[in-house]
Design a binder for this molecule. Structure first.
Ligand code: UDX
Length: 452
């Protein structure tokens, strides 16, 4: 009897121990399944980082949640087998990377808007800026907004970027319309700055028909709008209306020397027609027009792959790549810092002067000299300067005569080339770190064969 009872007890104990073991195995298995799920979800998160917007919208909360679980996972690393450990370490590395991105993106979300002057309804204007998300347009928008005006930005984002004006998103004086001005636009405005058009030669040559349409049909639409609503309109023309000039420096009275069928014609002739349209609307329809002939301009918010000389040379110098001079480098340009240009545009709009006005900085350099100036402004730059094939119809000399602007607008550029380039180099340095951070690749790797 006693033996039987002892045997029964042993059996019960054995059953209990086995059940306990089974329970422990079950719990461990469940943990490892949810653990594998986590890794799969991290891998999914990592794959979805191709867009900053998606990162903002979806990944930020997701990754924040993951961060809270990171400590738990660290404990689990010690428990898991080798494969799991490796996978976990990879997931942890991805989380660290995503956390850095979040910190970077959070830095870009404006905590508050830039300070804006309050204007009463009598002084406050409603101002339309076409191409307002572009390089020059966005700087103009900043000044108009801080002055306290209501600003409507219209852009088709062909070369403009939302990033350039995102610091105004949600402001009650700011409105943005995604629209291509080749189609009519119906809004109310007191003033129109018509800046919409690609301006970099590789951009405007990429789709020449579109460039002509933007500068002709687009300008007709904007002049028509100005007529309908009684707005004053400023047309952004260009030094390119002078073509490859036979007169130097170029005064507004010079009629120019443009090849009407060359690769630059879509822009040069497009802008010439835009000027003709402006003065036709002024004469026939009584529209109040201003025409700014804008010379080479540079500054922050130029696109790193814009293709113009300033962005190309700076990006090349910052990455120790070959600085690519097109042709022999003896052609000249005169570079104006963007804030000076914006001051000139505002003065022109405010003035009663209605004929075309050159807006540019008359300090002239050869492109060869310019390459050396930039190289010397980038500390430790190891780039070499190489000359290459010349660009077809490239204007050989360009420098504005700004006597008209000085006399009628009391405007003259203030920012020296040295200061302006330093600010622009800082901007591109920042852009480069942002881009390599995301893509781990350089912007360009242009190789130019020396021509001698
Ligand atoms: O990498 C480069 C880029 C450009 N260049 C040269 O640098 C000079 C300036 O070229 P950019 O492309 O910056 O600008 P461009 O002067 O040819 O045209 C500009 O003129 C005035 C504005 O209206 C426009 O922004 C644009 O059309 C040209 O001689 C060009 O051949 C280089 O040597 N290397």
């Amino acid at each position: 009897m006693i033996v039987k009872s002892l045997k029964f007890r042993k059996t019960i104990t054995a059953v209990c121990v086995l059940s306990l073991l089974a329970l422990v195995i079950l719990i461990l298995k469940k943990d490892s399944t949810s653990f594998n799920d986590k890794i799969t979800s991290y891998q999914r998160v990592a794959k979805r980082e191709d867009s900053e917007d998606i990162l903002h919208r979806d990944l930020v909360p997701e990754v924040k949640k993951e961060h809270v679980q990171k400590l738990k996972m660290e404990k689990e690393i010690n428990k898991g087998d080798d494969t799991t450990k490796r996978e976990l370490q990879e997931a942890k590395a991805r989380i660290d990377q995503l956390e850095k991105k979040i910190a970077f993106l959070e830095g870009r979300i404006p905590q508050k808007y830039p300070e804006v002057t309050y204007l009463g309804y009598k002084e406050r204007k409603r101002i339309l800026v076409t191409g307002g998300a572009g390089f020059v347009g966005s700087h103009l928008v900043d000044v108009l907004m801080t002055q306290g005006h209501e600003v409507i930005v219209v852009d088709n984002f062909f070369t403009g970027r939302k990033r350039n004006v995102e610091h105004w998103f949600g402001h009650r004086n700011f409105e943005m319309i995604h629209h291509d001005i080749v189609n009519p636009l119906y809004v109310e405005a007191d003033e129109i700055y018509h800046l919409a058009s690609p301006a970099s030669p590789p951009h405007y040559m990429q789709n020449p028909v579109k460039t002509i349409k933007t500068n002709t049909l687009g300008t007709i639409n904007m002049l028509g709008l100005a007529r309908r609503v009684g707005a004053k309109i400023l047309i952004a023309s260009t030094s390119e209306v002078y073509g490859d000039p036979m007169v130097h420096p170029q005064p507004e009275t010079y009629w120019g020397h443009v090849n009407p069928i060359g690769p630059r014609a879509c822009y040069d002739e497009g802008k010439r027609v835009a000027e003709t349209l402006a003065y036709s609307y002024a004469k026939q329809e009584n529209v109040s027009v201003r025409v700014a002939r804008i010379f080479n301009t540079y500054g922050p918010r130029m696109h790193a792959t814009d293709g113009r000389v300033v962005s190309n040379f700076i990006m090349q110098a910052l990455q120790n790549l070959t600085i690519t001079v097109y042709g022999n480098g003896k052609q000249t340009r005169s570079f104006c810092y963007v804030s000076d240009l914006v001051d000139g545009l505002l003065s022109l709009m405010a003035s009663s002067y209605t004929l075309p006005v050159n807006i540019g900085n008359p300090v002239e350099h050869t492109i060869e000299e310019f390459a050396m100036i930039i190289k010397n402004l980038v500390p430790g730059c190891r780039s070499t300067v190489a000359t290459g094939a010349a660009v077809e119809d490239d204007p050989q000399r360009r420098r504005p005569d700004i006597a008209v602007a000085e006399a009628n607008l009391h405007w003259t550029p203030k920012v020296s080339l040295q200061d302006g380039l330093q600010r622009t180099i800082e901007y591109f340095r920042e852009e480069l770190s942002r881009t390599t951070f995301y893509n781990n690749q350089t912007y360009m790797d242009i190789k130019v064969k020396p021509n001698n």
